[in-house]
Design a protein around this ligand. Sequence first.
Ligand code: AQP
Length: 321
Amino acid sequence: MTRLSAITPSARAHIGNHLGATRRWAAEGADDDLYFVSDLHAMTLPYNPARLRALTAEMLAVLVATGIDPDRVFVQSDLVRELGALTWVLECTCTYGEAARMTQFKQKGDGRAGVRLGLLTYPVLMAADILLQGADEVPVGEDQRQHVELARDLARRFNSAHGEVFTVPRAVLPRTAARVRDLTDPTRKMSKSAPDAAGTVFVLDTPDLIRRKVRRARTDSGTNVTYAPDTRPAVANLLEVLAACTGEDPWEAATRFPDCGTLKDAVADALIAELTPVRERALHLLSDPAELDAIRKAGAARAAERAAHRLDAALRLAGVG
Ligand code: AQP
């Protein structure tokens, strides 16, 4: 059974991505699981091409440095020809109404003439990502569930119109892992594209910078430490980050600290211990472009091989190619 997960290099990977997803991918990934850096998805909003290229390389290095098997990783745009071909076939399988109904499109772009057409059609590209690799399961949060449902509908529709080519995928909720909130605004989840990087700890931040960001983290009123996510979300967030790094329970951890200052020191220490090995391996990979390139090429070749027979069959049955 193949499970397919992705991370978009819209900006640098942060501890939300690490503690909430990629660390688990490395620890629990099964032999058939696949992971990719979805750089094509980062093009739906305004972006800088040189920065996208650099972020894509950095994200690949971080995934491998986190411990994900390099044999299970690839970069989306390395399959751009295959994806382009299947996306067109699927766009001609999908209706405008279906694409325009996607909640993310309605929230980010509907009604604005200047919005990129790619923002409307990227769920179809996502369907091509999923169907080309023959994924059975796609672990996604609520915000992406609708897109996997679309992939499911398109697979079924194509199969019944033309012949059985595609595995019909299903969205599964990822096993619960840490949900990390922004350090300066605990009402928001930590996000790559947050307007202010002060509340985001990036995986490749230096130990010094991590310490400074954690020291400046917001705390709720009162100086004592209690674990009360509803009434004291900022302190609870710090305790959850600590717990995710050390494996302890946030309630128990709360009893160890006389004040928020000592809690912050412990959080910074734990994050530095957690991230230093990843940072060192990632920087090593980034300093040796030949090694990263070899990983990338091998990943692309494997992904293209997995895709080839499905794309050939889809084009043949669609009467083209
Ligand atoms: N704050 C978070 N806490 C826990 N998990 C998180 N993830 C993201 N933020 C947190 C998980 O990381 C994986 C990859 O994320 P993504 O690139 O697909 O996009 P995202 O969820 O949209 O992440 P961002 O950082 O918020 O990016 P932008 O700002 O570009 O939208 C996913 O498994 C995600 O759940």
